[in-house]
Design a protein around this ligand. Structure first.
Ligand code: ADP
Length: 388
């Protein structure tokens, strides 16, 4: 089945057409500057489409130009927030669309854009089944002691303030592939998955299910990321508020100016590693803070799992930065973890083991592929018998 995978943002729309069975990408693209229709400033910049409907006309034309009359079987949407309701991918109808819209307050930048994408498809291809795949869904298995914040109950009951977790599609996909590589049934997989991209999160997996994860109410909690701070003392925000910072100032500082960027002046891991190797003390400090935070989480999640039997690295940094993996592993000696330096520094796109035979548990690198995961989930909802 051919699935059109849509990742709809407020001003951009990423798409891929996937052949689910072959696992291949037939065509892909990115439409930018949506809603900036009159934004051409005369220096040759292309004007963006007026809205998501117009953006989809461009997608439709591009797909037709590339693939001719090949027929799409379904559309799979990456939806950021599924709240407490959605624990699995669902077939979209009007009621589901409204339910996603009701979650707007929890993901004000993302869910409204996802809904715009869904409605635009409904108008353009009314007969095409659409499936929503939620970034939070895999973490619906978190036990209450892991998802509760220790604040007055009304914050949860009146405002939905609790830990939700994100990157679920990737954590679930990588869990399945890691279990496959180790030859254990997925429902017997106990491990820790570190998804390290521009956004980063780590998840504790017991019996193939998420039992804790480092992102919380929003994707800000947890690890040190490219431009996000991760965990800090919440009183800092009160302090800054009293000093005259607005909520917008604080939001920008924590989400866009912190993390590697705040510590090293650069949000790109490759550049920070290079700077550190060239003797830049701030870059080395940033790597030390970032790897230490992750190592602490891995230690904690080893306990949460009840004894992890594998540690898995994925996403841009996790798959590519052998230097960062080594920095983290160096801090995990107490768990008996030992990397094989040769295997760790080998470049490969394949899932692989990078620890020594003596390591107490295997350390794996497993490339993630969120679009393939969304395509597979979509096909499985539309035609359960085609599930891989
Ligand atoms: P996103 O969360 O945007 O999907 P990615 O998963 O693409 O992000 O990860 C981006 C991060 O991966 C950046 O910090 C980038 O420097 C890092 N990265 C990508 N390729 C390499 C590489 N070859 N070596 C080290 N780091 C890399």
């Amino acid at each position: 089945m051919l699935v059109l995978v849509i990742n709809s943002g407020s001003s951009s729309l990423k798409y891929q057409v996937r052949d689910v069975a072959a696992g291949s990408v037939l065509t892909e693209g990115l439409i930018e500057k949506i809603g900036m229709g009159n934004g051409g400033d005369g220096d040759g910049e292309i004007e963006g489409p007026r809205d998501h409907a117009e953006a989809l006309e461009q997608v439709g034309a591009a797909i037709h130009a590339e693939l001719g009359d090949l027929e799409l079987g379904a559309v799979g949407h990456r939806v950021v927030h599924g709240g407490e309701r959605f624990a699995e991918p669902v077939l979209i109808d009007n009621e589901i669309t409204r339910a996603i819209e009701r979650l707007n307050p929890l993901a004000p930048l993302h869910n409204p854009a996802n809904v715009l994408g869904i409605r635009a498809i409904t108008r353009k291809w009314p007969d095409l089944p659409q499936v929503a795949v939620f970034d939070t869904a895999f973490h619906r298995s978190l036990p209450e002691h892991a998802w509760r914040y220790a604040v007055p109950d009304e914050l949860y009951t009146n405002h939905g303030i609790r830990r939700y977790g994100f990157h679920g599609t990737s954590h679930e996909y990588v869990t399945h592939r890691a279990a496959g590589l180790l030859g254990v049934p997925v429902d017997e997989f106990d491990g820790v998955i570190a998804h390290l991209g521009n956004g980063a999160s780590v998840t504790a997996i017991r019996g193939g299910k998420s039992v804790d994860t480092s992102m919380g109410f929003t994707p800000l909690e947890g690890l040190v990321m490219g431009t996000r701070s991760g965990d800090l003392d919440p009183s800092i925000l009160v302090f800054l508020g009293r000093a005259g910072w607005t909520p917008e100032d604080i939001d920008t500082m924590l989400n866009r100016e912190s993390g590697l960027k705040g510590l090293a002046g650069n949000n790109d891991m490759r550049s920070v590693v290079e700077a550190s190797e060239a003797g830049d003390a701030k870059a080395s400090m940033a790597l030390a803070v970032t790897s230490y935070r992750l190592a602490k989480y891995i230690g904690g999640y080893h306990v949460a799992v009840g004894g992890a039997k594998a540690l898995v690295f994925t996403a841009g940094i996790g798959e590519n930065s052998y230097q960062f993996r080594a920095l983290v592993a160096d801090k995990l000696g107490a768990l008996g973890i030992e990397l094989d330096a040769g295997l760790n520094s080998q470049r490969s796109k394949e899932p692989r083991v990078i620890s020594t035979p003596e390591s107490a548990i295997p350390v794996l690198v497993v490339p993630t592929d969120e679009e393939q995961a969304i395509a597979e989930a979509t096909a499985a909802v539309v035609h359960p018998s085609t599930a891989p």
